[in-house]
Design a protein around this ligand. Structure first.
Ligand SMILES: C[S@@+](CC[C@H](N)C(=O)[O-])C[C@H]1O[C@@H](n2cnc3c(N)ncnc32)[C@H](O)[C@@H]1O
Ligand code: SF4
Length: 391
């Protein structure tokens, strides 16, 4: 924990997220707002620029925005590395002008290995990006095929090596449960990234809900897909391997060399405001949550008409709901939540829920230690069950 009582790497300043919805090809498994091609790149970036300006005005009716000085900017996607780098640079200028950026701002861009030639890397560095998040998924050629990735493992290795040389601070994404993957091949991918000097790794369990083509493959070839126990076993193997390599886990799906935790992503788990811009972007301003439309045409239509692109807005949440939400998010972190926060929430629970919560301690899913409540190792593997007790 740092001096403010926040987990290591976290700050209380707000962050900005920009969703760039364009990709060269839509991968079979992708669950994000992502469109093939970039014909509408120019219109889109002009739209985001307008959105940032009107969002700054909205907060105060023309004066200084209530939210000031972002200390993280995250270009997510989609594929931010697929668009002209100068467009990201212009948006950074607008964010600086309207909201302000702190002097030590963390600026992350998500990138695909096939985009990371030396020119793109130096352009991203020159415009201020200081952290790159590379979507690798696997370092085994045969595993990249059913995902329909555009790069092979060799290109991913080269991209990560060059990115580490350029930025120093590089994260990579891998997935557990790719058809045909084994525990051994997964660990080989982990080792291949660690040996190239990455400082952060996100490892996701492959979800098939929005992946109809992979669902069909699973029906035809179920033997290619691991069951839940095997997924959990692989996750534990990754955790052991990364901890031994000096990248301990700090969140359910995230591992980092100490000091290289994602400042931006920590904001989501510590209920710190993040304003989202672009198609499908989500925001939390400290009181309300809202989300932009996920349809590009609708987004552009609304922005051009001077209408808000928000598709949904939740009412301001009460203290009790906010505490519950804070608890669920905080339990995702290895540092857990203060016991005092936990006690306050326990008071809000119905007698039934309080009993079930007690059961989670007795079943060894939650533990209390040094004034903090955390998920145990078993609790991490069954985290959805624990979170459902809090709803
Ligand atoms: C916004 S996406 C991708 C960024 C970049 N375009 C790329 O492909 O690497 C961020 C990460 O989410 C993960 N992801 C996407 N769809 C997923 C799914 N269905 N299940 C699990 N992880 C997924 C992938 O690891 C991906 O790298
Ligand atoms: S995984 Fe990345 S490249 Fe593939 S469709 Fe999704 S956002 Fe685009």
């Amino acid at each position: 924990m740092n001096a403010d009582g926040l987990p290591r790497g976290a700050t209380s300043a707000p962050g900005a997220y920009v969703h760039v919805p364009f990709c060269a090809h839509r991968c079979t498994y992708c669950s994000f707002v992502a469109l093939e091609g970039r014909e509408e790149e120019k219109d889109f970036f002009e739209g985001v620029e307008r959105e940032i300006r009107s969002s700054g005005r909205e907060a105060t009716g023309g004066g200084v925005p209530a939210i000031r000085a972002f200390d993280s900017v995250y270009f997510g996607g989609g594929t931010p590395s697929y668009v002209e780098a100068a467009r990201l640079g212009r948006l950074l200028g607008t964010l600086e002008e309207i909201f302000g950026l702190s002097s030590d701002v963390e600026i992350t861009a998500e990138a695909n290995p096939d985009d990371l030639g030396s020119e793109k890397l130096s352009d991203l560095l020159a415009l201020g990006v200081n952290r790159l998040s590379v979507g690798v998924q696997s370092l085994v050629d045969a595993e990249l095929v059913p995902l329909e990735r555009r790069h092979d493992a060799g290109a991913a290795r080269r991209a990560v090596t060059d990115a580490v040389r350029t930025f120093g601070n590089v994260s990579a994404d891998l997935m557990i449960g790719i058809p045909g993957q084994s525990r051994r091949s997964l660990l080989a991918s982990v080792d291949g990234l660690v040996s190239r000097g990455i400082s952060h790794l996100s490892v996701y369990l492959l979800e098939l809900e929005k992946a109809p083509r992979l669902v069909s493959l699973k029906r035809e070839r179920p033997e290619l897909f691991p069951g839940d126990d095997e997924m959990a076993d692989r996750w534990e193997a990754v955790d052991e391997r990364l901890t031994a390599a000096g990248l301990p886990r700090y969140e359910l799906s995230n591992w980092a060399r100490p000091g290289f935790e994602s400042r931006h992503n920590l904001k989501y788990w510590t209920l710190t405001p993040v304003l989202g811009f672009g198609v499908g972007a989500h925001s939390y301003d400290g009181r309300r949550r809202y989300a932009n439309t996920g349809m590009l045409a609708e987004y552009l239509k609304r922005i051009r008409a001077g209408v808000s692109p928000r598709a949904s807005e939740e009412e301001e949440t009460g203290d009790s709901l906010r505490r519950k939400e804070g608890l669920m998010l905080g339990l995702r972190l290895s540092s857990g939540v203060p016991s005092s926060t936990f006690e306050e929430i326990r008071k809000d629970l119905s007698p039934d829920s309080a009993t079930r919560m007690e059961g989670a301690f007795l079943a060894g899913l939650l533990e209390e230690d040094s004034g903090r409540v955390r998920l145990t190792r078993r609790g991490v593997l069954l985290s959805n069950e624990v979170f459902s007790l809090l709803v």
